[in-house]
Write a new protein. Structure first.
Length: 342
């Protein structure tokens, strides 16, 4: 093998799963070495061509069969690792989610939502906030639930893979929530809030301008409406319209980035569960990581709206922290000083 191939082999052993490396990479490389052992240059070249072609085709075939294999191993029966893990995760996520969403909801509702006029919505109208709160907290709640469920019991690679499957399902649910539930709920909330503000103003004898709440903001638009608004503002040389175009593109990207954050944090949680960290420390690390990711998203959105940061980085930069920590923990398995004693 050439020095470059030796480096690629070492990286493949580090990055690929043990099953893929032992059943696909190592046998194909061994056959390629045998075919390249001849003295003729043409024979060595053809051996490498056939070897890399076989590696590519075998990898594609393995990728096609992999989902079915995962389902058979993790979800084939009620006693499989997936359903067992789901049974441990659901009570935790329901409890944590209810507590967090309830605290944020009642805190916001009790303070009112307008700085100019103190007012409160009725409880029924205020519940229109709930979809956006659920979407905001879903990455944290799901990752903590899966991380603690794995850390609190003996588990193997199949259980961690089932945890990542649940993270993927959570990401898909979050995408449906962000794309089809949150925007109309946000718009209905704005209109209900405006009616309350107008009613208070009319009681005090004030005059009010036409109802701005009927016009949708970025977060109240559906994906198709965002795409239409992006097309309308594209190519403008006016700074205000160009910034609005960037803000619309960032909002469109966020409809995918926020749900994907569920998967990023769940992958980090499954890596943390492999360590001997205490469950409370795992939950604390996930909370800090989620807070950092939310801060990155907020700062990136502000910079992107002003055109000071590329749109993709502004919307997807929140994934940098959890992915970096995932690679770090997977590579070094967490410093021994953080591990539990005994």
């Amino acid at each position: 093998m050439s020095p470059l191939e030796c480096v690629l082999m070492a990286w493949a052993e580090r990055l690929c799963t043990t099953r893929f490396f032992e059943t696909i990479v190592r046998p194909v490389v061994a056959d390629m070495q045998f075919e390249c052992a001849g003295d003729r240059r043409f024979q060595r070249v053809m051996g490498r061509v056939r070897g890399y072609g076989a590696l590519l085709s075998a990898s594609l075939f393995y990728g096609v069969l992999l989902p079915g294999q995962h389902i058979r191993e993790g979800w084939s029966s009620l006693e499989a690792p997936g359903p067992r893990l789901l049974g441990r995760v659901l009570p935790r996520t329901a409890l944590y989610g209810t507590l967090l969403v309830g605290v944020l909801f009642f805190d916001s509702w009790s303070k009112g939502f307008n700085v100019r006029t103190h007012w409160q919505l009725d409880l029924v109208s205020a519940t229109l906030m709930l979809p956006s709160l659920v979407l905001m907290l879903m990455p944290l709640v799901v990752s903590v639930g899966i991380g603690l469920a794995l850390a609190g019991s003996a588990h193997g690679a199949v259980d961690r893979r089932a945890g990542r499957d649940l993270g993927l399902v959570a990401a898909l649910l979050a995408f449906a929530l962000a794309g089809y539930v949150v925007p109309p709920a946000n718009q209905a909330f704005r209109e209900a809030a405006y009616r309350v503000v107008v009613g208070k103003a009319l009681e005090q004898g004030e005059t009010y301008m036409p109802p701005l709440a009927v016009f949708k903001g970025n977060r109240e638009m559906s994906l198709s409406e965002l795409e239409a608004a992006i097309a309308e503002t594209r190519g403008s040389t006016w700074t205000s319209i160009a910034n609005k175009h960037a803000a619309l593109r960032i909002e469109w990207q966020k409809r995918f980035s926020l749900p994907a954050l569920c998967l990023s944090l769940v992958v980090f949680a499954t890596v943390l569960a492999r360590t001997a960290l205490r469950p409370l420390l795992i939950a604390a690390m996930l909370l800090v990581t989620f807070t950092g990711a939310a801060l990155l998203l907020r700062v990136g959105e502000q910079l992107g709206d002003r055109g000071e940061l590329p749109v993709v980085l502004a919307a997807w930069g929140c994934h940098i922290l959890p992915l970096f920590l995932t690679v770090l923990c997977a590579r070094y398995r967490v410093p021994l000083a953080l591990r539990t004693q005994g």
